[in-house]
Design a protein around this ligand. Structure first.
Ligand code: NAP
Length: 289
């Protein structure tokens, strides 16, 4: 039986600190506020958005959003981002992605002011992650995966242990790989063209699954000493709920530790998001003074 790496205890300590900082900011008439921009009605986006709003409410942060239809123009989304960049009452901007193909993702994400880029999607923020420096904010999901590993005592490592990541996106796979590298792991980044995927993943002490493929990780992908972090958020029509990239029923009896879906990485991600918004509000105050 694996140890279940629940997100709840990870966020408990973090949230207390966040609540205290929000109360202090409110004494200065500042409500740290998140602005969400969503295009279309993807179930995964709505799930993330609802959870982010719920977490803001729980912790006392503000939130607002703009929702566009799928046929929105590039200019309309740009205007929304520019509006939030210029609005002093907005401290963080979350652009839900992937965007529809007709929109220029690179241009839109890089239009977000790096100071308000609380999900670390601009090139400026990502450069900080790749350089191993604190420049802007790291993307929330990789940050959450690392926070879980650290909370449960799996980082730092001492012998350059192996980590395997399934996924090489700029949102999750690549940044989390850089964060693991910074923590002295020996990193193997896998993707859809990786040969003998299960052999590569089986050899690692830590496996991060971020492929967006329901139940891709089966019993032959893992080993008994392994810690499995399931980042996948896949909508399951049958369950009418979310499910991970790991086949939990098959993998949990084998490995040392595993995050559940839901209740694992996603739970921590929204708390990290609100933390970043609060930090952005604090930094904006420091900037003014
Ligand atoms: P993405 O942009 O679609 O990237 C998926 C990556 O996985 C790609 O690099 C792809 O390889 C690789 N891949 C896909 N199928 C594979 C297979 N069968 N074998 C090996 N590699 C495979 O997705 P993403 O934005 O990184 O998101 C990944 C997952 O995380 C999704 O389920 C998403 O919903 C979830 N997510 C979770 C949170 C959270 O808070 N927990 C937040 C955001 C996203 P190629 O590069 O070769 O195509």
């Amino acid at each position: 039986m694996a140890k279940i790496l629940h997100g709840a205890p990870v966020i408990e300590a973090m949230n207390q600190n966040t609540k205290r900082q929000i109360a202090e900011l409110k004494e200065k008439d500042i409500v740290p506020t998140l602005a969400i921009i969503r295009v279309g009605e993807r179930a995964e986006d709505i799930y993330y958005e609802n959870n982010a709003e719920k977490r803001c409410n729980e912790l006392g942060a503000g939130h607002t959003k703009i929702v566009f239809n799928n046929d929105v123009t590039q200019e309309e989304v740009e205007e929304a981002i520019i509006g939030f960049n210029e609005d002093q009452n907005i401290h963080g901007i979350l652009l839900l992605r992937p965007l529809p193909k007709h929109l220029n993702d690179d241009r839109l994400r890089n239009l977000i002011s790096p100071m308000k880029d609380v999900d670390g999607c601009t090139d400026v923020s990502l450069a900080g992650v790749f350089a191993g420096e604190k420049r802007g904010f790291p993307p929330c999901t990789p940050h959450a995966a690392m926070r879980i590993l650290n909370f449960y005592g799996y980082t730092p490592v001492t012998n350059g242990e192996k980590a395997a990541i399934i996924g090489r996106s700029l949102v999750i796979g690549r940044p989390v790989s850089m964060m693991l590298l910074k923590d002295d792991f020996t990193v193997n980044i896998c993707h859809s063209k990786t040969a003998n995927l299960s052999e590569v993943t089986k050899d690692a002490s830590v496996l991060i699954a971020a492929a967006g493929q329901k139940h891709l990780v089966k019993e032959d992908f893992v080993n008994p000493n392994q810690v499995v972090i399931d980042v996948g958020v896949n909508w399951d029509e049958e369950k009418q709920g979310i499910t991970g990239d790991v086949d939990f029923e098959k993998v949990e009896p084998i490995v040392e530790a595993i995050t559940p879906v839901p209740g694992g990485v996603g739970t921590v991600t929204t708390s990290i998001l609100v933390r970043h918004v609060v930090e952005a509000a604090i930094r904006s105050l420091e900037w003014e003074n």
